[in-house]
Structure formats: structure tokens, C-alpha cells
Design a protein around this ligand. Structure first.
Ligand code: NDP
Length: 296
């Protein structure tokens, strides 16, 4: 296989936090020659024992492979590594895939920087936890030049799971990532708040959890329905008008307040729904909030 197209194509992994280590381990397990580097030394012992080559510097690391995958905490961190002169010079003519998480704007900025320095650039986002890497459960999103993605797809496939190329705009993977993180963190905030309210009412987490899973199970069809609402601008509240939804939100606020539990998050949610009603859309569904919060 050619150095650029085959699964045997060498790869460099920059960043050896839990995710970077998982990526490097998956490449090694798939037989991909792998060079690793991390800002803080000493995080590569297991990987070296599994056959990785430890580079002495970031520049040496990126020079070792046609493809470098960087996975650090954010783009301030990836900039700190990649924009160092010797590293940028070593990257010239090679491919860089940035799987660190950050905003779409930072991804586009990095793509522009890469173009200015002759670095072939793909952006990406990882949507599943480190233990999924190398398994069928891993989910990777990619954006940037399709031809470049196709060229490196065989070696990226060593990371397991599903890989989706979302388009040429380098910010698109991060745009999905941000939207999906928005769902995740607000859901987590709701759940920990629910655990606190339940605990104050003498209901243990273990008692609540099976019913919480029941709530989670009703969400997938709602995701599809709300997506159609916001795409089409139709917000049918035939089954659950927002006037009715607001009432249940107020119950949560009152019950939590009775226990002295912070209700700031639920009050924001309730306030947004009340604004929909105040604008005369009380018979619409909850998805109408998407318009009100964007000033439509
Ligand atoms: P962290 O997000 O904690 O990132 C740790 C890595 O970032 C280490 O390699 C660390 O180096 C490096 N780093 C931090 N600051 C700098 C800097 N200024 N210069 C150079 N390197 C720096 O750990 P993860 O590995 O878990 O995450 C990496 C990325 O993957 C993140 O963007 C995260 O959001 C994303 N991700 C992680 C998931 C997970 O399950 N862990 C799931 C999905 C996405 P050092 O060791 O020297 O501090």
C-alpha cells in the first residue's frame, strides 16, 4: 500500500490525554506505525510498550508521518504546539487532522492558517468517550476537503466506529459538535437537578434512575419532530401546547424552591416558554422557543 493511502500508512498522534492515548492505541492495534508526542513527557509508556515510537519533540513527531492527528484540550493548546515555527515547517506538505474540540470559528481559523503554511488540513470532532475508540461504538465527524478525507479514510478507519464527512466547510464538524454538546450538557444539568430535587423529597437516585431512562426514551421521536418544526417553521402544539408545558415547569420551580434548591436553570426555561405565550403563540409546541431565543 502507498504511504498515503493504505492502512499501513504511518500516523503521528500529538496529545496523549485520555483521548489521544485511546487514538494512538487504536492505530497501534490496527497495525498502523504510530509515533506519539505529548507536551508533558511520561504519558506514552503503555503506548511505547505496545510498539509506538516516542518522538523527542513535536517537530520530530510530525516529521515522522504523512498524517498527524492532534487531540489536545482545545485550539489554544493545538495552536501552542502547531504554530511553533519548527513544527509548522515540518507539517508543510503533510496532512493534519485536528480532533481537538473547540468552536467552528477556531476550526475555520486553523484551516486558514494551514492553507497559508502549505499544510493539508482536515478538521474533526469525536462524539463518543475514549473507551469507545477502536470499537464499533466510536463516532467521528470530519469536515474539510473531501478529496483529502477520502485519501486518509483508510487509516482513520483504524479508529473504529463510524466516520462521517460533513462537507468542505472546515467548521462544520465543530458546528455539529457544539450543537450536540449543547444537548448533552443541558440534559446533564437537568438530570443532576432532578437528582437533587428527588433526594430532597426522599427519593434515591437508584429509585429515580429507571424512570429517568423512561424519560430519555421519549426523546428520540421528539428530536425528529422538533427538527422538522424548526426546519419548516411550523410548531404544532396540538398534542402538548406550550401553555400546558409552562404549567409543569412552574411545578418544578415551586417544588425545588420549597427545598432551597437553586432554580435558576429551570426559571430560564420557564421564562423562555412564557415569552412564547406572551407573543401570542400559546397554542404552539415547545419547539417555538427556538425562534424566540434567536429574536425571530
Ligand atoms: P484533555 O481535554 O484534558 O486534554 C489533555 C491534552 O491536552 C493533554 O495531551 C495535554 O497535555 C494537552 N494540553 C493541554 N494544554 C496544552 C497546551 N497549552 N499545550 C500543549 N498541550 C496541551 O483530555 P482528552 O484527551 O480527554 O481530550 C482531548 C480532546 O478530545 C478534547 O478536546 C476533548 O474535548 C475531546 N474529547 C474527549 C473525550 C473523552 O472521552 N476524553 C470525548 C470526546 C472528545 P499535557 O499532558 O502536557 O497537559
Amino acid at each position: 500500500m502507498s504511504a498515503h493511502t493504505g492502512r499501513s500508512s504511518a500516523v503521528t498522534v500529538v496529545g496523549l490525554g485520555p483521548m489521544g492515548r485511546a487514538l494512538a492505541a487504536a492505530f497501534l492495534a490496527a497495525g498502523v506505525p504510530t509515533t506519539v508526542w505529548n507536551r508533558t513527557p511520561g504519558r506514552d509508556a503503555d503506548l511505547v510498550a505496545a510498539g509506538a515510537r516516542a518522538a523527542a519533540s513535536a517537530a520530530e513527531a510530525v516529521a515522522a508521518s504523512p498524517l498527524t492527528v492532534v487531540c489536545v484540550v482545545n485550539y489554544d493548546a493545538s495552536d501552542a504546539v502547531l504554530r511553533e515555527e519548527t513544527v509548522t515547517a515540518a507539517l508543510k506538505g503533510r496532512t493534519l487532522v485536528n480532533l481537538s474540540a473547540d468552536t467552528p470559528g477556531r476550526a475555520r481559523d486553523t484551516a486558514e492558517w494551514a492553507a497559508r503554511h502549505g499544510v493539508r488540513y482536515l478538521d474533526g470532532a469525536i462524539m463518543t468517550p475514549a473507551p469507545t475508540i477502536g470499537t464499533d461504538d466510536a463516532v467521528f465527524l470530519h469536515s474539510g476537503p473531501e478529496e483529502l478525507y477520502e485519501e486518509h479514510r483508510p487509516v482513520l478507519a483504524a479508529l473504529g466506529g463510524t466516520h462521517t464527512h460533513l462537507g468542505e466547510d472546515p467548521g462544520r464538524a465543530a458546528a455539529y459538535d457544539i450543537a450536540l454538546l449543547d444537548i448533552f450538557w443541558t440534559a446533564m444539568a437537568g438530570y443532576v437537578h432532578a437528582l437533587a430535587v428527588a433526594r430532597a423529597e426522599g427519593v434515591t437516585g437508584a429509585e429515580l434512575a429507571p424512570f429517568a431512562q423512561g424519560i430519555a426514551a421519549i426523546l428520540p421521536p421528539l428530536f425528529t419532530e422538533f427538527a422538522a418544526d424548526t426546519d419548516a417553521g411550523t410548531y404544532s402544539g396540538a398534542i402538548n401546547p406550550i401553555t400546558s408545558a409552562v404549567s409543569t415547569m412552574t411545578h418544578v420551580v415551586h417544588a425545588a424552591e420549597a427545598h432551597g434548591i437553586d432554580t435558576s436553570l429551570m426559571r430560564v426555561i420557564e421564562g423562555q416558554a412564557r415569552r412564547v405565550v406572551a407573543r401570542g403563540h400559546g397554542s404552539d409546541g415547545y419547539s417555538r422557543v427556538a425562534d424566540v431565543i434567536t429574536g425571530r
